[in-house]
Design a protein around this ligand. Structure first.
Ligand SMILES: [Zn+2]
Length: 411
């Protein structure tokens, strides 16, 4: 998954701060002039939604305990729990934790005898007032056990074209031009990677493809998102492997790329371990990043580091503060808003690319074994320098010079 913007990080940071507070919410309803608030069903669904958000609030913070069973899951149909593992995944990876934000509940629409949809929007006043975070359309079905939530993607899935290659089923709208040759090549590259890494047997994977993010979000039931409408200069590619159990989504061209697959493979062998930021280096190095080759990324990283001599990779490999002029700094007193954010600009996430350089250095020195040691033995991002010294023999104070020199010589 790629974090494009400062905005996203700030929103997440803002949400986490609010998390510690009481469950005090600002919810407004659309004016009754435009909404049938006399409807009993409307109130049933509106109350149901409020109870769901409260359950989600109570669950949050306990989800890291593997023995804890989140109570909000019971607001979803059984088949969604079965299919997604965490049925909130799609909403969650687009806005977390959504219930902490100011909400504008737009209404409920009846679709047939059992199917309803609610639509609601979330706002935040950070970093500037009235930021629209997202508009969500969420289906509900009436069951003998009351209303239950369903992912919009589950309903849309039956309309998609389907193509099976190996253990992967590709789903895409009929307007999408699926590149079967590219998918076949990707599957054989993936098989080679799995063999070299020592992954045995893959569970079935659902791979969803769309022409662009707007189309993808529409099929997810997200009719407006702070992750969308980002660049007037480039077609922004996007992929994510956290939309549910063994599910991947990607924008146009994703069938030829294996970055998100490698995330799933690593998860399957992780035994529940949360990897450090280095995981992105592995996925980018062996599976590309945002449709571009590693050479393309290394070229851009070299230029970025040359333009920013003040970045000291011996201080931090992943992120830094940003000062009033938009320059990265390691000194928080220079920062306008004192949040650390990954080295990035409109085109690239350089913090991923830096991890990719480290991955290449390890791979060239000691093959996949050294890459695996870095992945499995680095428990936290902070331990990366120690592991670099153990595995590459480069001391922390030398890391900045070594990475810059490596790029100068090789790319
Ligand atoms: Zn990734």
């Amino acid at each position: 998954m790629r974090f494009y913007t400062l905005l996203v990080l700030l929103l997440m940071a803002g949400g986490v701060t609010m998390q510690a507070q009481e469950f005090q919410r600002i919810v407004s309803l659309r004016d009754p002039l435009f909404l049938d608030t006399t409807s009993v069903v409307f109130h049933e669904i509106y109350d149901f939604w409020q109870r769901y958000e409260y359950a989600y609030f109570l669950d949050y913070g306990k989800i890291s305990d593997p023995n804890y069973k989140p109570t909000n899951y019971d607001f979803w149909t059984d088949f969604e729990k079965e299919d997604y593992g965490n049925p909130n995944s799609i909403i969650q990876c687009n806005l977390l934790p959504f219930y902490t934000y100011e909400e504008y509940f737009m209404g409920v629409a009846k679709r047939n005898d059992t199917l309803y949809e609610l639509q609601t929007a979330f706002f935040d006043d950070f970093p500037s007032p009235k930021q629209l975070l997202g508009i969500f359309t969420i289906p509900l079905i009436r069951t003998s056990d009351g209303f239950k939530l369903v992912n919009k993607l589950t309903i849309n899935k039956s309309y998609f074209c389907k193509k099976q290659i190996g253990w992967i089923t590709y789903y895409y709208p009929s307007t999408y031009a699926f590149d079967e040759a590219a998918a076949n090549t990707a599957v054989s590259r993936l098989t080679t990677f799995a063999e070299e890494f020592g992954v045995e047997g893959m569970e079935p994977v659902e791979y969803y493809l769309f022409d662009n993010k707007t189309e993808m979000f529409h099929y997810f039931g997200i009719d407006g998102s702070c992750y969308d409408f980002y660049s007037a200069e480039t077609v922004v590619p996007y992929g994510n492997s956290k939309i549910g159990k063994n599910k991947i989504c990607y924008t146009k061209g994703g069938e030829g790329k294996i970055h998100e697959f490698i995330h799933l493979m690593l998860k399957s062998v992780s035994n529940g371990q949360r990897f450090s930021w280095f995981e992105e280096g592995v996925c980018c190095y062996f599976g590309e990043h945002v449709l571009q080759t590693k050479e393309w990324h290394f070229d851009k990283l070299k230029a970025f580091l040359n333009d920013n001599p003040q970045i000291d990779l011996s201080v931090d490999l992943i992120q830094a503060y940003m000062d009033a002029d938009g320059k990265y700094t390691h000194d928080s007193t220079q920062s306008v808003i004192k949040y650390k954010r990954p080295y990035s600009d409109v085109n690239s996430n350089y913090s991923y690319d830096i991890q990719m350089v480290i991955c290449e250095m390890l791979y060239k020195k000691g093959g996949m074994d050294l890459v695996k040691r870095m992945l499995f033995e680095t428990k936290r991002n902070e331990d990366e320098y120690e592991m670099i010294e153990i595995l590459l023999g480069v001391k922390r104070e030398e890391v900045n010079g070594v990475i810059r020199e490596y790029l100068r010589e090789k790319y």
